[in-house]
Ligand binder design. Sequence first.
Ligand SMILES: [Fe+2]
Length: 197
Amino acid sequence: MLIKEKGKIISPYLISEFLHHSSLKKELINLIEETKIAKALTTKVNTVSKCDYDWSKDTTRLYFKKLINPLGDHLTKVFKHLGYDICEIKNLWFQRYLNNDIHDWHNHGACQWTGVYYLELPKDESLRTQAIHPFDQKSKIDMPVKEGDILIFPSHTLHRGARNKTNKKKIIISFNMDGVTTEAQYPEDYKTIKDMN
Ligand SMILES: [Fe+2]
């Protein structure tokens, strides 16, 4: 196949600070550590010691019930900033990384956006999410996140949780979303965005 030209794909990522993090952290971690409906994610290239992806649409999970309202409020503000009326969370799950765990390069299907909430993230740059830059599909971005942040990016973006070479534990809560604008009128930033074009 001859590819004549590779156009720029406008694919932003956005990092925001989850203001409920300090009040929710301890309880969410306890609920996740105690949960029985989870298992290891093990494939040829991936090892994640505990993960509940198979239950990602189950709204009866205790940590889900604790988190969903404050998270939904937060994401509504983030999506309004991006120009959408509504953020629809389609599913949500946790991943706990211990020493030597890895979730290698992948993307997420059947959704527009993917989010990561860094519930427990030691101050070690090697534990931050990495992405392939969607402008060239080659260079790597180390996402400048810290514990308590929420990162969102288009779900076609290739990304990974690189191998945890530390003895520290990392827990993330990930979720897939659609952004929906139901009104014909573009939100408040329209003029600014239009002026930039
Ligand atoms: Fe992912």
